[in-house]
Structure formats: C-alpha cells, structure tokens
Design a protein around this ligand. Structure first.
Ligand SMILES: Cc1cc2nc3c(=O)[nH]c(=O)nc-3n(C[C@H](O)[C@H](O)[C@H](O)COP(=O)(O)O)c2cc1C
Ligand code: SF4
Length: 662
C-alpha cells in the first residue's frame, strides 16, 4: 500500500518537476521566484539578510531564483533602497547569494532595471529628475519626466551591459532585462509614451531600437552561454499602456534577431493605478489569469516562456504547464509565504503547503512603506537572520495558549515545534478568531485559508487544541501551566456618539454574523479606513441598499495596501456608493446622521437615513490578563489584539516572537 501511494504522489506534478533548459542552464524544476524587491538590501548592495532570504527559497526547492531589480544607471534609483549594479562593489554580495542558492541546486538570475519615469521615492526628500523617452507624465506618481538625450541613452544602454558583466563575474547564471510594468524599455516601445521624432521614436522598428540596443549590449558583455532573458507585460492593462498586439510584435521581432534565451510574461503597468494593481494582483483577481497572455507570446517566440501572476498552488502551476501555455511558473508570493512549497509539493505533502492568500499586506504592503518584506502568515520571511531556524528549547515547559485566533495558533505552533508541551484553549467552538468574519467580506473568502494553514501548523507541531473551552483563573491553575500566552483578541468598539429615539444601529460584526440590515439608505461609519468599512459598504450596496460610506480619513481603504484599496475603490465607484471623506460620527436620530468634518470642525448632516452600520474599530479583551496578575509563579505573555487591536500580521508576528523566546 505505501508503495502505491508514493508512486501516485511522484506522478502528481510531472510537468512542474521536470527540468527545463534555458540557454546554457538547466533548471531542476519549473517553479521559480520572480524578481521582487525585498527592501532588505542596505546601501544598494546584497547583504546577509538578502542572502539568507534567498537561501531559504533555494533550500525549499525552487528551481530558479530571480533576484530583485538592480539599477543599471544612477538615474535608475526608483526607491531609496534599490540594489545597484553600477559598480564592482556589487560583485561580492551577489556572489555570496549565488553560492548560497547553488548549494541547493537552484539557479540564480539577476534583474537589470531602469524605471524611466516610474520614480516612486526620493533619495533625500527632493524630487529627482526622472527620465523617459519623452516628456509624457506618469499618472500614478505624477512625475513629468525629462526626455533622454542620445548621450544618456548611450550611457544607460552601456549600464545594462556592464551590470550584466558584473553579475556574470559574481557567478550568477543569467540576467533578466526588465521591460515589464511600463518601465523604461516599455516606455520606449509604447507609441503613446514615446513621442520622439529621432531614430528612437516613430515607427515600430525605431521604438524597439532602445530594447534591441540593450539586448545587444548585454549579450556582447556576457557572451553566448550566459542566460539573457526579458520580462515583459503582455498587456499593460492601462488606458494608455502597451497592448497585446504591440507586445507580441516586439517579442517576435526580438526573437527573430536572437540574443534572448527566454521571455518572462507578466501583466500591468506601474504608470496607472488600474495597471499597477497587476504588478502584485490581490485576491479579487483570478488565479493564474496571466497564463493565456503567456500562451500568446509563446505562439510567436522560439524560446521558453515563463509566466507568473496569482499562481499560488502547485496544482495551478501544473495545469498551466500541462496545457502547454507556458514553460515555467513564477510563484513569487507563494514562495514568500511558504519557501518550502516546491519540496512539499514534490513529496506529496500538499496539506502542509501554506498557500498565499494574496492579501498583499506584509509583502508588497511593506515594500510600499519602505520596510523589509514579510508575510502575515509566515513572519519568518524577511527575518531569516533571526528566525530562519527554529531552536529546540533546553527547558521544555507546560505552555497554555488562551485564544485560537491567528496569533494564538502561531504561538502554539512555534512553542510546540520547539519542544514545549502546549495546550491551546479556544472559548468558541472553532479556532480562527476574527478571520471567520474577515473572510465574509465581499471578495475576501480566500483570506479564510489562513485558519487552516495556521491550525495545521499547530496540530502538526503537536499542540493540543481544545475548543469550547473558556479560560479563567481556575483553568490556568488546573492546567498547571508554567507559561501562559494570552491571545484573547478584541471586540467591536463603540465610540461614544449621541442618539435620539431608536435609530437602527448595527456594528459590522452583527451584520457579518447575519443580522439583517434595514432597507433603504444606510450610513457606514468607517473609523478604521480598512477592509471592514469598504467590505460592509459593498455588501450593503449589493443587497440593494443606498450607501453613504463616511470615513474618518482621506479615503476608504486609506490604511490598505494600494492595489487592494484601488481595486476596491473601482468597485465602490461601479456600485454607486457615495463616499464622504474626513468625517467622524457625532450623533444619530430616527432618520438623520450628524457627522463632524475632521479638519473644519463643521457639521455634516445626512437626512433620510434608515440605518447606520458601525465600523469603529475594536477594543482589547483584557479580563483574564487582570485576573492573572494575581499569580506570581506563572510567566504571562500577551500578544495581538488583546494588547492593542491591530491586524492578523501583528498577532502572528507576536505569536512567533513570544514562542521563540519561551
Ligand atoms: C514585494 C514585491 C516586490 C516586487 N518587486 C518586483 C521587482 O523587483 N521586479 C519585478 O519584475 N517584479 C516585482 N514584483 C512582482 C513579482 O515579480 C510578481 O510578478 C508578482 O508578485 C505577482 O506574482 P505572484 O502572484 O506569483 O506573487 C514584486 C512583487 C512583490 C510581492
Ligand atoms: S502577506 Fe499575504 S499576499 Fe503577501 S505573501 Fe503573505 S499571504 Fe501572500
């Protein structure tokens, strides 16, 4: 019996786990981590943190790691922490990274990058000059670039070549020219962005000239054996972005000339809010939606075609490859979330895969805020230097975790993995905490996957989970715990506001738990400016209510990652939800809501209102913490919302930190 099981598992992903030849390099399998800026480097150079980050992906079985964008010219600094390949000082760090990955059989390519006009950040607070093919402004960052002179074009083209030579000297296996997402090579290609009347503008051939020169410069610098690839958005999905026919024509022309060993297909553009959503598509975007784009490119080129975009499970990747639409699958966030995904998939341990839920919180969310990337489900990511390896405890103890939300589950998993005897008590009938409600918001059902992932980790680690088991002082004493981790969470907060008569007022939790909202016109009073206000407003609008979404901030979703917020704002617009920014709730009577403008202090009155739904944040549940003050001989730690109401990310991180130190 076991033998038959093993054989069937081995055959589960025959395409994914077959080797792929790209130029002179053979990948051991077809799972790759696409280039992604980690914000780990300091001073523009590969450091220990980035080496350990990529080592973890290699050790987990990825066939290929493509290292994040690296600037090829001084004018390419699009953030204050971008890697640079403009000097020989980059070689040592890249070399260490390549050695770390090669030791696990993983190939390493490096991205060569110039953002053109897509400058996100300044180096010192003053706006740098951004360069592009022409002075066509970018809508997202409101940058009006300076047209590149021929001299600067020459310098940048040379920069691609010398950068590639340095990466070869460092021992990498290849380079990838980033022409995707509306960056500089795409700006030259795009007839709506490139308005030049010299040899770099006008006809298709002229607009392709810059990219041809870049490929030529790179190839001349690295020779024939070293891999040279191209990343391109097959559709920039923007009103003035590159269109599929323009992209396939460019790929076909480049392929005919030779010089490229692969094309890596993605979608979207940095230049517009709608297009940038596709740089890191949130959970509302369909899984593997870019695969047909790859198929279109594959039809016109002779080299392998790679693809990425919402491929978060090996089954998705296998389907894409088996259909012949692509030759390898980028599973970038999938590997941010679970670096061991390839080895688990290959070994048939599918239940153990921690699937990325495309929440965008700690990966691209951190990047946009200028912090090292991580994962809300796996805070070890980006913290490999500190949490890369679990250390067994030298002093196994009885640990009682109180509360089965994400933070409690993570604490239980890590403490049990380290050898403690762990019992988790959850007061309700199921673990998961607020995630159960969060997954009921429209378009957020995938978020619920977090519960199974974390509960599975805790169970596999040997933690005993007891549900329907509230904890008081007596239980703590009976359990004889040496240490207690309090993860008792939070409940809805009711900010004080005046009421008169008996207006229909619900909180978001009541609505999500099934209480019927009143018919007619509803005010959603959104203090947190996050998922809850937006989600509740959408839900009500879809149920036929007229909705005023009144936010105590600049806009709904102000505190959300940009791509998540912007796709949701599109829905808000489509559903005709009325948004009122910068207001706090003041009072409610039978049919009127009184708001106060937060900067002018003036009253805003909404009449003809049939009900109010509150999304006013949460307050910590702290009763047990106060009771435990009476115990001197028990070590007590509190994590997550019961300390201060925040999000899953902080709860899980604190669960890790506390349990790693027990
Ligand atoms: C934090 C982060 C940074 C990124 N930075 C880059 C980058 O440096 N270069 C690039 O080509 N794409 C970048 N991307 C896009 C990814 O390569 C990939 O296309 C995207 O994550 C979608 O694929 P996925 O659904 O498999 O995660 C980034 C993505 C993330 C999450
Ligand atoms: S933070 Fe969210 S989107 Fe990012 S890798 Fe983790 S689960 Fe995926």
């Amino acid at each position: 019996m076991p033998r038959i099981r093993v054989l069937s598992l081995v055959n589960q992903f025959p395409h994914l786990f077959s080797p792929l030849q790209i130029g002179g390099v053979t990948l051991r399998n077809r799972v790759f981590s696409a280039g992604h800026d980690t914000t780990l480097p300091t001073d523009g150079l590969v450091n220990d943190a980035l080496v350990e980050y990529q080592r973890a992906r290699a050790a987990g079985g990825a066939g290929l790691v493509i290292v994040q964008v690296a600037g090829v010219h001084e004018s390419a600094r699009y953030t204050s922490h971008i890697l640079m390949v403009t000097g020989d000082d980059c070689i040592v760090g890249y070399g260490r990274l390549a050695d770390a990955c090669h030791a696990h059989g993983t190939a390493v390519f490096g991205q060569l990058f110039h953002p053109g006009r897509e400058i996100m950040e300044s180096q010192d607070g003053s706006a740098p000059v951004a360069y592009s093919a022409s002075a066509v402004p970018t809508e997202r960052f409101h940058v009006t670039p300076c047209p590149l002179s021929r001299r600067l074009i020459g310098e940048i083209v040379d920069g691609y070549g010398s950068g590639a030579a340095r990466l070869r000297a460092a021992g990498l296996d290849g380079v990838e020219i980033v022409a995707s997402h509306g960056y500089l090579p795409a700006q030259f290609l795009n007839p709506r962005v490139n308005l030049r009347d010299d040899e770099y503008g006008g006809s298709d051939g002229n607009r392709l000239r810059f990219l041809r020169e870049v490929v030529g410069s790179v190839r001349a610098a690295v020779g024939r054996e070293f891999v040279v690839g191209l990343r391109i958005s097959a559709d920039e999905l923007s009103h003035d972005g590159l269109r599929p026919d323009e992209v396939t024509a460019a790929c076909s022309a480049l392929d005919e000339t030779g010089g490229l060993d692969y094309v890596n297909v993605t979608a979207g553009s940095s230049a517009t809010l709608a297009g940038s959503v596709h740089i890191v598509p949130p959970m509302t975007v369909e899984n593997a939606y870019t695969v047909p784009f790859a198929a279109a490119v594959k039809r016109v080129v002779s080299v392998p075609v790679l693809v990425g975009g919402r491929i978060n499970q090996p089954q998705e990747a296998e389907r894409a490859l088996a259909s012949g639409q692509a030759d390898a699958c980028g599973m970038t966030r999938a590997l941010i979330c679970d670096p061991d995904l390839p080895s688990k998939a290959q070994a048939g341990r599918l239940d153990e895969i921690r699937a990325c839920v495309a929440c965008n919180q700690a990966c691209i969310g951190h990047f946009h805020m200028g912090y090292p990337i991580s994962c809300i489900q796996h805070p070890e990511t980006g913290r490999e230097l500190r949490h890369g390896r679990r250390t067994a405890t030298s002093r196994p103890r009885k640990v009682l975790v109180v509360g089965g939300g994400p933070g409690g589950l993570k604490a239980a998993a890590v403490a049990a993995e380290r050898g403690h005897q762990v019992t988790l008590h959850e007061a309700t009938s199921r673990v998961g905490g607020q995630v159960h409600l969060a997954q009921l918001l429209p378009g957020r059902s995938e978020f619920g996957g977090i519960i199974g992932n974390l509960a599975g980790e805790a169970e596999r680690a040997g933690a005993r989970i007891v549900t329907g088991a509230p904890v008081d002082l007596g239980v703590v004493k009976r359990e004889g715990a040496d240490a207690v981790v309090l993860a008792t969470g939070a409940r809805p907060r009711r900010l004080p506001f005046e009421t008169e008569g008996s207006p229909q007022v619900l909180d978001a939790w009541q609505l999500l738990n099934g209480t019927d909202p009143p018919e007619g016109t509803i005010v959603v009073a959104d203090w947190r400016c996050d998922w809850i206000g937006l989600g509740v407003a959408e839900l009500l609008a879809r149920r036929g209510r007229r909705v005023h979404l009144c936010v105590n901030g600049y806009m709904p979703g102000q505190r959300l990652q940009q791509y998540v917020r912007d796709s949701w704002l599109a829905t808000v617009h489509r559903l005709g939800i009325d948004v009122i920014p910068l207001v706090r709730l003041g009072g409610v009577d039978e049919d009127t809501v009184y708001l106060q403008h937060t900067t002018s202090g003036e009253t805003v009155v909404l009449e003809g209102i049939d009900g109010v739904v509150l999304a006013q944040g949460h307050e910590s549940v702290t009763s047990l913490a106060s009771e435990l003050d009476a115990l001197d001989d028990v070590e007590v730690h509190a994590i997550g919302d019961c300390v201060s109401p925040r999000t899953v990310e902080e709860a899980v991180l604190e669960g890790l930190e506390v349990a790693a130190a027990l």
